[in-house]
Ligand binder design. Structure first.
Ligand code: SF4
Length: 330
């Protein structure tokens, strides 16, 4: 008899851990995946997957997710989070994986009524419709409160193995976690970076200037960001770790580093005019408290991550507070 396998949408949160462990515990075969984008990071999911002996495949859906931000069918949440469309896309992407992963249906840890916008009854229906595979979705934690879908009708899974959890409380999940031996799980967290106010300001700025390419969006999670003019932005690392990440990620534009003083690195995206470069240098120098009013800044052209032309310019520190006029977000 064919064993029907599920692909699990795994976020790393308690509900998704329970969904996977519950199904596995009942003898079902489950392949867990995490879908990442420049503002949806896999680290937490990988950590809790490993803590709970769950094998996890990470798949990059950046391009599709960024497109979705243009005009989500069900709009945005409080910030720039199109949660219903996002869930719909993730199910759709999981459905595309079914043949290659020898899987037949998709499960998730969604709980009916847990989130006011994205997990109401009608929202779960909308997610299903957007996915194009509504009839292949099983939500083990709440499935007994939902309509039967193909895996139940066909007997691939037993209705008695499904649960009836609903609402925002966590008692049922905590009891299940104990029953399943899940000891390591995160406390409830917000969402991805699209639910962060500062991050939203940055991504909205890119969209406003029609610069919301993958390359630009990937830089948004690190550093302070300044809008210098319609073409150009300045990014300055906030600490050593961010300097390092930015150095590794920055692909095209201009890199700045003070020649004689310790401090952050800076990056300019786009082609800076002479005036804009001077402005960038003077703001950049403000973040070098030990540097005098005038100091030498090394400037490299960066092409495909390679440092090419190198020049040095003497910059004059901007007036204190001037940086705030250009700061998109801290
Ligand atoms: S918080 Fe972010 S990752 Fe989570 S559903 Fe909403 S948009 Fe998607």
């Amino acid at each position: 008899m064919k064993i029907h396998k599920a692909i699990a949408l795994f976020s790393g949160g308690l509900d998704s851990i329970i969904a996977v462990k519950w199904m596995q515990n009942r003898g079902y075969s489950v392949h867990s995946v995490f879908f990442k984008a420049p503002y949806i990071f896999p680290e937490r999911a990988l950590h809790y997957a490993s803590k709970n002996n769950i094998e996890l495949e990470v798949i990059d859906i950046s391009e599709d997710h960024i497109k979705l931000l243009d005009n989500p069918v069900y709009g945005f949440g409080k910030y720039f989070n199109p949660c219903i469309d996002c869930h719909g896309l993730m199910f759709k992407k999981a459905a595309e994986l079914l043949p290659s992963r020898n899987a037949d249906y998709i499960i998730s840890g969604e709980v009916l009524g847990q989130r006011p916008k994205s997990q109401r009854h009608d929202a779960l229906d909308s997610v299903g419709r957007l996915s194009g595979v509504k009839d292949l979705i099983i939500r083990p934690l709440s499935q007994n409160l939902l309509s039967d879908t193909l895996p139940l009708r066909e007997g691939w899974i037993d209705k008695q193995d499904m649960l009836s959890i609903h609402g925002r409380g966590r008692y049922a999940q905590l009891a299940l976690a104990e029953q399943l031996g899940i000891v390591d799980f995160p406390s409830p967290a917000g969402g991805c970076l699209l639910t962060d106010r500062n991050y939203c300001l940055r991504i909205k700025d890119l969209k406003k200037h029609q610069q919301d390419t993958l390359e630009n969006i990937e830089l948004l999670a690190w550093g302070r960001h300044f809008r210098l003019d319609n073409e150009t932005k300045l990014i300055i690392g906030r600490d050593e770790a961010e300097n390092e990440v930015l150095e590794n990620m920055f692909r095209n534009g201009t890199k700045l580093q003070a020649r004689d003083y310790m401090g952050p690195v800076g990056f300019i995206t786009g082609n800076a005019s002479y005036e804009t470069l001077s402005l960038a240098l003077s703001i950049f120098l403000l973040y070098h408290p030990k540097a005098p009013e005038n100091a030498a800044i090394e400037i490299w052209k960066v092409i495909d991550k390679q440092l090419t032309q190198h020049t040095v310019k003497i910059a004059t520190k901007a007036k204190k507070e001037l940086n705030k006029d250009y700061l998109i977000s801290y």
